[in-house]
Design a protein. Structure first.
Length: 178
């Protein structure tokens, strides 16, 4: 490999972060992008944005535009607008609240009905990873089954557990699809 590549390839990807209220979407993004965490809860209004720049390889830079969508937006009319041109999504639930796991299939259905990959990429459903968040609060015995078609990562924004790995896995999927 040439350590001084003359031509740098750059990619920009829009990634959605969705899931029910208070599951930890904003916390996961803040941990991933700024490596910070707070136990204070400030519910997201509408949508927030964050940018993560990754040196994927010596000659490849990837910019992830993260769309942090408020949990309450599942009941609003804006998700179609927010989902537009996204190429992947993270769906987050809270392992301490089973209702947020039940909502995962609703988020996935909402997603698949409103966005798909560009035709040039085959036009199929966008890749999705399920994040089982707040594992730092979970007792060992309680686990949940995965909905089909999703790879699951057990995460903690608090303990910084598995978030980088999940993002890397998702990015590998995207790069393979493109
Ligand atoms: P909305 O914006 O309302 O949809 O919520 P959200 O999904 O963005 O949740 P947010 O990141 O704001 O987190 C909600 C609460 O859970 C906050 O008090 C966080 O500190 C807490 N939290 C998030 N992730 C974790 C985690 O991994 N472990 C623990 N113990 N608390 C967490
Ligand atoms: Mg939020």
């Amino acid at each position: 490999d040439n350590p001084y590549p003359t031509e740098i390839r750059e990619y920009l990807y829009k990634i959605l972060v969705i899931g029910d209220l208070g599951t930890g979407k904003t916390s996961i993004i803040k941990r991933y992008v700024h490596n910070i965490f707070s136990l204070n809860y400030k519910s997201t209004i509408g949508v927030d944005f964050a940018l993560k720049v990754i040196q994927w390889s010596p000659d490849t830079v990837v910019r992830l535009q993260l769309w942090d969508i408020a949990g309450q937006e599942r009941f609003g009319n804006m998700t179609r607008v927010y989902y537009k041109e996204a190429v992947a999504a993270l769906v987050v639930y809270d392992v301490t609240r089973p209702k947020t796991f039940e909502a995962v299939t609703k988020w996935k259905a909402d997603l698949d009905s409103k966005v798909s990959l560009p035709q040039a990429w085959g036009g199929g459903p966008i890749p999705v990873i399920l994040l089982a968040n707040k594992t730092d609060l979970q007792d060992e015995a309680s686990t949940s089954l995965d909905p089909a078609e999703m790879e699951k990562f057990a995460t903690s924004a608090k303990d910084n557990n598995n978030i980088e790995d999940a993002a890397r896995f998702l990015l590998t999927e995207i790069m393979a699809t493109e």
